[in-house]
Design a protein around this ligand. Sequence first.
Ligand SMILES: [Ca+2]
Length: 483
Amino acid sequence: MRAKTWNVGVLLCLSFAALSNCRSRNEPLLSSRQRRAATDDAKRCSYTFLVPQQRITGPICASATGPEPDKDRVTRMDISDLKEVLSKQRREIEMLQLVADVDGNLVNEMKLLRKESRNMNSRVTQLYMQLLHEIIRKRDNSLELVQLENRVLNVTSEMLRLASRYKELEMRFANLASTVNNQSVLIAALEERCMRGFSRPDLPVVPPLVQVVPETIPANSNRFTNEIQRDHGNRAFPRGSPRMDTPPTADPLGVPPAPQGTLTSDGPFRDCLQVRQAGHSTSGMYLLKAEGSDRLIQAWCEHGLDNGGWTVFQRRKDGSVNFFRNWENYKKGFGNIDGEYWLGLDNIYALAKQADYRLLVEVEDWMGKKVYAEYSSFRLESESEGYRLRLGTYQGNAGDSLTSHNGKPFTTLDRDKDAFTGNCAHFHKGGWWYNACGQTNLNGVWYSGGVYRSKFQDGIFWADYGGGFYSLKSVRMMIRPID
Ligand SMILES: [Ca+2]
């Protein structure tokens, strides 16, 4: 339809152009009909117009009197009609063009809309897929959560079952340990009776064993061991054989060589409380000198316990030092200040007589639990009195195992001052303020693991905490002036 319209338009334009040319050339003819016939030009200006649906209502030649009307002659009316038709058609064409333009724009818009719609569709599809994926994932997660919850429940019930089983085992172990303790006592009694039955006076008399069996033995003491403490050379020494090592405090001042950089340059102080009051708050080795004594003493000051100021005179912690020693060793002191050591009876005596001191005994079992026994006063008598122990009243949570040793002189293998017929230091393998022989010895053999098997109660024991056959992991004895 549009193509046809254009064809008609082009044809009309061409015709109009030709007509214009003709008119411009034939203008003189139209103004003077007399000269028209005489000129040859008139003959040349003869055209045929093909105009669709052209309505010719009247004759083209108006004059009937003039020369014979020429059928091919064009009148002004024709031209004006033609012009009118042309302009009308032009308007129509313009209208059609406008419509066509509008249609084109609409088509473009439609195309854009279709494209957009396709995009939207694909986006919606994509979102839908994402949503599906998310839903599936959430369902999986919730399933997983339920599974985890079930597992947690299972593990918890298993844990509870194990805990009750553990408690049961612990009780059984405590019973067994008590039985072992009692049997050891019984065996010792039977042995003694047996020896008496043979009536051989050359056999040594065994001291009575501690009968105290505490209600609760520290747990985790599930190893029976006869591991003997190590000495400096890492050599185990046969049980019962005395060791007479040269003490490390053999120099005239009684000061063993100190490790480099561990001792403050200040001092000497009268005791560790004075060290603390001088502003030293770090536990470690310090140089002391008791009043009225010209002997310098190295000692460990404990400042991390009960406001500090404690002078440690005995410490066991790893079995690195042999405590089965003679009188002279116990008098002067031995061991390593930053490890296991004995400060020396002379030094303890000199320090403790400066003022009123109290004693703190710290005891640690193999579970790492620490308990304490504190005595309201502490001092030693002089060497001529056998460094007799003088204690005040007990308080604490370790049980009072030391009061039975109160007022007793110190006994070593080579100086027997105990109340027993034999030598308690021989059976308990360390110097101590023995009675006959007593409820505690913190200078015995360091056994690892807790409960130990031995013919004698020769471990580091505190009868009210663990019994006579429970060797403690670590112990400390320390003094501080009474506030
Ligand atoms: Ca004796």
